[in-house]
Design a protein around this ligand. Structure first.
Ligand SMILES: [Fe+2]
Length: 259
């Protein structure tokens, strides 16, 4: 069985809009294991809505969760991570030690757009580049400006970004055109890691398996394993990851002949 990596799941009890208790967090971890995951972020929001969520707080909460998972013999490794909302001070906030990169390895920062906005990440990419930190665009399918613009996505990937897609969106796209756009992304090599974006047991549950199966049906086992497992585990553990450039878009026989 492929040990899946959930690179986006809120598991830190009481720290954000994720699980409200340790019991709920542990139940989410059990569910993730049944979904096929063996590695997951212990993640909480880092934005102005949660000013107390500084890096040390997330790290400490993760040690408590790890101890509980060991005690309950739940085979899920968890990695402290911030879901960083981009702001004009993202780089300075990281320098000050407030922001937590994925697993605390200072290799990847998981970032989301400010509410209702879509920013060009390239200036921030350049700020972090000298420090060896690259960005993962969290739940990238949410941003129509990206999902329906392969040239822009390609530009961000070329600049060193990884694209994260929510497993539930792969399994059940929620708007017309999204399935085709996601299919184009996945088959074109634009998608690097998946996450459940799980928040709890009552709503936004940590589902992964159906999205992974969708990847298998679109690109086969080997490519799906890279996205669902290999690259995700490497990111979580701070191992080197080289993702290939996206493939050029397929040209039809007509345009090859006459284009
Ligand atoms: Fe999230």
């Amino acid at each position: 069985m492929t040990p899946l990596a959930d690179t986006h799941v809120h598991l830190l009890a009481g720290l954000d809009d994720g699980p409200s208790s340790m019991d709920e967090a542990v139940a989410m971890c059990r569910m993730l294991v049944t979904e096929g995951a063996r590695h997951a972020t212990a993640l909480a929001h880092q934005n102005e809505g949660y000013p107390e969520n500084v890096a040390d707080r997330l790290r400490y909460a993760t040690t408590l969760l790890t101890a509980k998972l060991t005690e309950k013999q739940i085979p899920l490794a968890v990695y402290p991570t911030g879901e960083v909302m981009l702001s004009p001070t993202t780089f300075e906030d990281w320098q000050a030690g407030y922001l937590l990169t994925v697993g605390g390895h200072n290799q990847w920062m998981l970032v989301e757009m400010p509410h209702g906005m879509f920013l060009d990440v390239l200036p921030i990419v350049e700020q972090f580049r000298p420090h060896g930190i690259r960005l993962i665009i969290a739940h990238a399918e949410r941003y129509q400006e990206l999902l329906y613009d392969p040239a822009l996505t390609e530009k961000w990937i070329a600049a060193g970004c990884m694209i994260q897609v929510t497993a539930g969106a792969l399994a059940n796209p929620w708007e017309a055109g999204m399935e085709k756009a996601l299919h184009n992304w996945v088959t074109g090599g634009f998608v690097h890691v998946i996450g459940s974006d799980g928040h709890g047991l009552e709503w936004r549950r940590p589902v992964l398996a159906a999205g992974y199966e969708r990847l298998v049906s679109w690109v086969g086992h080997a490519a799906a394993e890279r996205i669902g497992s290999l690259w995700g585990v490497s990111v979580l553990q701070g191992l080197p990851v080289q993702v290939p450039s996206p493939k050029p878009p397929q040209r039809s026989w007509f345009s090859r002949l006459f284009g």
